[in-house]
Design a protein around this ligand. Structure first.
Ligand code: NAD
Length: 351
């Protein structure tokens, strides 16, 4: 299939390939949309098996950022960057500075932030070469947005449970959390505080133990968590885990988690719907982190940030209701809602 026909391409405004022989940098910056503002999105470093895999990842992530920021009512477009390489082996200060030059060459259309494989230190190195970075200074921006992401996902689970089961309380609910890292750990805490029973899995033993000790999470083997007998499955590890191989084994009635791009393909959304599983679109419900970053940047009081994250509940309710009425699937409805918001903003900017 040609790049232009690939679903993840979806009319990207700009895709740029950067190579620097001196430092070994091989990177791609994807800017899906700048209609609502600069394309703010993480810079991921990952040992992709091929350039095609890296391109597909950056396009899917960038597109997801457009919808995420639009639905969250943020003045940001959608973009993302990837560096092809193993962060533990290939990362050097020179390489990150070269990435800074590459980001700078986009003239502010793309603003880079941390993502998996990069951290505050890397953003600082990039900032030596470009002003177009975000989340560089712990003191200025307040650091880790993961608790806010987890809080948004928690609110989404509550909304989905109300919608599907007619219950206001999470008391006695069984939730399986795949991945107990930055987001999954906090999510498990919010859930147990609300009276839910949390089953959790992580391939990292330390993260699993920490969640067991701090939040009373019941450990499940990593290869058994997706098929656990629960009410809600919360994928908080990696993308594309909802696919033709895993969907037949799911036993949860609701899927609501933080991981980006959980559906491997659009057809997997249909398969979930055919099985009667309520899917909460990831780009809608994991926006707490980027909302947090925005409020840190403009220096809002905490209450304002929390009220903004709370709006995820209303947007999700609206999407779930529309999906039910139209017999459509929630991912498509959420995308359509985001596209309409962007089109309206585009028209008023042009007027
Ligand atoms: P993280 O790397 O801190 O945590 C991921 C955890 O998943 C790790 O503990 C890892 O060991 C575990 N894991 C990996 N493979 C696994 C497997 N097969 N089975 C079980 N556990 C496995 O990442 P995070 O910041 O918590 O983010 C989790 C997901 O949410 C990612 O997909 C990320 O892109 C997405 N997300 C995060 C944020 C945020 O604010 N951190 C915001 C939006 C989306």
């Amino acid at each position: 299939m040609s790049i232009f026909d690939a679903p993840a391409y979806d009319g990207h405004e700009l895709v740029t390939f950067g190579k620097d022989a001196a430092t070994g940098l091989r990177a791609i910056i994807a800017v899906h949309s700048t209609v609502l503002g600069p394309a703010v999105g993480g810079c991921r470093m990952y040992p992709y098996a091929s350039e095609e895999e890296a391109l597909n990842d950056v396009l899917r992530l960038s597109r997801g950022m457009t919808f995420k920021s639009a639905l969250a009512g943020l003045p940001f477009g959608g973009g993302k960057s990837v560096i092809i390489g193993d962060p533990r082996r290939d990362k050097t200060p020179q390489l990150m500075r070269a990435m800074g030059d590459f980001v700078n060459s986009q003239g502010g259309r793309y603003v880079a932030a941390e993502d998996s494989g990069t951290g505050v230190e890397d953003i600082r190195l990039m900032a030596e070469q470009t002003p177009h970075v975000s989340g560089m200074d712990d003191n200025e921006f307040g650091g880790d947005p993961s608790p806010s992401t987890a809080w948004g996902v928690f609110l989404a689970i509550r909304t989905a449970v109300r919608h599907r089961l007619g219950e206001d309380s999470l008391q006695g609910l069984r939730v399986a959390v795949q991945g107990l890292g930055h987001v999954g750990y906090y999510l498990a805490g919010y859930l147990t505080q609300a009276g839910a029973t949390v089953l959790g899995a992580d391939v990292n033993e330390d993260n699993l133990r920490r969640a067991e000790l701090d939040h009373g999470v019941q450990a499940v083997a990593a290869d058994a968590i997706l098929g656990a007998e629960v009410d809600v499955l919360a994928p908080c590890a990696m993308g594309a885990i909802l696919n033709a191989a895993t969907i037949p084994d799911l036993r949860a009635g609701i899927v609501a988690g933080a991981a980006n791009n959980q559906l491997a393909t659009e057809a997997d959304g249909d398969s979930l719907q055919a099985r009667g599983i309520l899917y909460c679109p990831d780009f809608l419900i994991n926006a707490g982190g980027i909302i947090d970053v925005h409020h840190q940047r403009i220096g809002s009081p905490d209450a304002e940030k929390r009220a903004h994250i709370q709006r995820i509940e209303q947007t999700l309710s609206q999407v779930l209701r529309r999906a039910e009425e139209s017999h459509g699937h929630s991912n498509d409805i959420a995308e359509e809602l985001a596209r309409n918001m962007i089109a309206r903003a585009g028209q008023s900017l042009a007027a």
